[in-house]
Design a protein around this ligand. Structure first.
Ligand code: GAR
Length: 209
């Protein structure tokens, strides 16, 4: 049966928001099966907030609490509350630089996805494009995956490759990876909504709740 209601996305980001903007542009195309319900950032003044508001998308800052790399318990409850209030079906991490823990993932089981700037499982963690360049690989890329409790470890949903050029710098390589991300992320969300994606051998589909 064809899905009728659009998937409601809750996008979390800490940075400039180029992935969010690409997803918003895709959502603006007639027939795209998702819409952005809310954007939440842990960083006041992050570019993602302006880019969302310019497009008429609700955008909120929620303080992360007392830790540097994760949300504390109260912050986690506030994030879940904001996403539930916006009736989010799928949580989309777009440069959200904090690890999500068990309670958050229990609130959205198999409904949290992330984009990472390498071909996982190679180069998890920070500045993955720089890690790839320093290692000397000839091809890298980006990965969309389901989020689990590890760092960049959940089941892989989609990947795109980016060739490393002789004269690449960290900056030039990062820019080409981000160009690939801006194509891959909206496509992957569309495939998830339409149920045309295989995850570890089984078809995966996220249905609006
Ligand atoms: C993206 O390149 C994304 O892959 C990366 O943050 C950037 C956010 O850019 N995420 C990670 O490194 C997560 N491990 P954006 O704010 O312009 O979308």
């Amino acid at each position: 049966m064809e899905q009728t209601s659009k998937l409601r996305l809750g996008i979390l980001g800490s940075g400039k928001g180029s992935n969010m903007a690409a997803i918003a542009d895709a959502c603006a195309v007639a027939g795209y099966p998702a819409e952005i319900a809310v954007v939440v950032s842990d960083v006041p003044g992050a570019g993602i907030l302006d880019k969302a508001r310019e497009r008429g998308i609700r955008a909120e800052v929620l303080p992360p609490g007392r830790f540097r790399t994760k949300l504390d318990d109260a912050a986690e409850r506030a994030y879940i509350g904001a996403l539930q209030e916006a009736r989010v079906d799928l949580v989309v991490l777009a440069g959200f630089m904090r690890i999500l823990k068990g309670d958050f993932l229990l609130a959205y089981p198999e409904r949290v996805i992330n984009i990472h700037p390498s071909l996982l499982p190679s180069f998890p963690g920070l500045e993955a494009w720089r890690q790839a360049l320093d290692y000397g690989v000839k091809v890298t890329g980006c990965t969309v995956h389901l989020v689990d409790q590890g760092v960049d470890t959940g089941p892989i949903l989609a990947q795109a490759t980016v060739r490393i050029l002789e004269d690449d710098t960290a900056e030039s390589l990062h820019e080409r990876i981000q160009q690939a991300e801006r194509v891959l992320y909206p496509q992957t969300i569309e495939s998830l909504a339409r149920g045309t994606l295989k995850v570890a051998g089984r078809k995966s589909r996220i249905i609006a709740r």
